[in-house]
Design a protein around this ligand. Structure first.
Ligand code: MN
Length: 212
């Protein structure tokens, strides 16, 4: 039986300072992400036939899951997957830079980096309550969108390339109610190397979600 494991952070807890401080990362990873992981495993216990499925498969095929666990997988599987992506999408300041194939695509689909940044930031700031802002690959172009709670665009067949958690637990210790400041600062710690990797993978399978 597959038990999903809480992934370790790919950097030290203080590596994203001053944008994201050590205390925030400890609570966010060790408590919140750990709880989603435990609750996902608990939900799957009653369905051993799903034991070999990947988290990408589960999230991409929520509609095929048994009804009694669909909600739990949507919320806790989403929480598990979203945070695993989120940690990898960040890196210490100046360790990567905007460039590579995804930069060209951003300029093509949004007009410029500044226009993309404005759109992504608006999605993050205006998401009412808890949720996420996303840059996604939708078959042949990029889109910016936001989702509520722990929903992931993969459920709609769109491939996530960049995600920003705007639940209050992601920033409140450090930024209190100043979500726009948190969103602005996030741009300093985007791991563009990883975004490019996800972009290359996303382009390979045009039928989004099918092969996950
Ligand atoms: Mn979170």
């Amino acid at each position: 039986m597959t038990m999903f494991k809480l992934p370790e952070l790919p950097y030290a807890y203080n590596a994203l300072e001053p944008v994201m401080d050590e205390a925030t990362l400890h609570f966010h990873h060790d408590k919140h992400h750990a709880t989603y992981t435990a609750n996902l495993n608990k939900a799957l216990e009653s369905h051993p036939e799903l034991a070999e499925k990947s988290i990408r498969y589960l999230i991409a095929h929520l509609n095929l899951l048994p009804e009694d666990i669909r909600g739990a997988v949507r919320n806790n599987g989403g929480g598990y997957f979203n945070h695993a992506l989120f940690w990898d999408m960040m890196a210490p300041e100046r360790s990567t830079s905007f460039g590579g194939p995804v930069a060209g695509q951003i300029e093509k689909d949004f007009g410029s980096f500044e226009k993309f940044k404005k759109k992504f930031s608006a999605a993050a700031v205006s998401q009412f309550g808890s949720g996420w802002a996303w840059l996604v690959w939708n078959k042949d172009h990029l889109e910016v969108l936001s989702t509520a709670n722990q929903d992931n665009p993969l459920t709609e067949g769109k491939k996530p390339l960049l995600a920003l958690d705007v639940w209050e637990h992601a920033y409140y210790l450090q930024y209190q109610n100043r979500r726009p400041d948190f969103v602005e600062a996030f741009f300093w710690i985007i791991n563009w190397d990883y975004v490019n990797e996800l972009f290359e993978d996303a382009k390979k399978s045009r039928k989004c979600g099918a092969a996950e």
